[in-house]
Design a protein around this ligand. Structure first.
Ligand SMILES: [Mn+2]
Length: 192
């Protein structure tokens, strides 16, 4: 069972504890104090088929510190749970539809953090998250998880669908990239 073991991260801005299980999806407990962000993390766990507990508390400056720091610790948790990455598929991509929105997501879980984020500047009074903070979340996730993440909104207008499609698409691509389909380390270097 591939389970993360990252200590609680406590700063003057946030207090975050995350437990992640890549191989068993029974445990789901998300408490961040931010309704839409809870919804996104639940969606992430559900479609990634991950067991996920996130107990997080932000400061009173708005959601920025909270969302970015959860991205950091969740990225660390993905990397930690993946262990030596033996036998993983490593690469994955998909097109994620959500009503009027279509999002392309591609991942290389190969040991290097890199984000390409291509999304329209949509007005967002609804989610309390917004496209910019979503960008910051995925940056923190893939830099700390040490994987390449490309997210491209092909088209779409509804911010709820655009942001949720990103979380779902990234979760599904991560599930596929982290699936154990082989033996050995999938790299000519022999290490990832
Ligand atoms: Mn929704």
């Amino acid at each position: 069972m591939r389970i993360s073991n990252i200590p609680r991260r406590k700063t003057k801005e946030t207090d975050i504890e995350i437990k992640l299980n890549l191989d068993k999806s029974d445990d789901l407990k998300i408490h961040t104090g931010h309704g839409f962000f809870n919804h996104m993390l639940e969606s992430f766990a559900k479609h990634g088929r991950f067991g996920l507990e996130v107990i997080a508390k932000g400061d009173d400056t708005g959601p920025h510190h909270l969302v970015e720091d959860v991205g950091i610790v969740l990225g660390q948790s993905l990397l930690d749970a993946a262990g030596d990455k033996e036998g993983i598929e490593r690469f994955a991509n998909l097109s994620m539809p959500m009503d009027e929105t279509l999002i392309d997501v591609a991942i290389d879980f190969g040991g290097r953090g890199y984000l390409v984020f291509d999304a329209p500047e949509v007005q967002d009074q609804e989610t309390g998250l917004g496209i910019h903070l979503t960008n910051d979340f995925f940056y923190a996730l893939c830099i700390n998880g040490k994987f390449n993440l490309h997210i491209k909104v092909v088209y779409g207008t509804n911010p709820h669908h655009i942001i949720e499609g990103m979380f779902k698409g990234t979760a599904i691509a991560l599930r596929k990239a982290l699936e154990i389909t082989n033996t050995g380390i999938p790299s000519t270097k022999g290490v990832l």
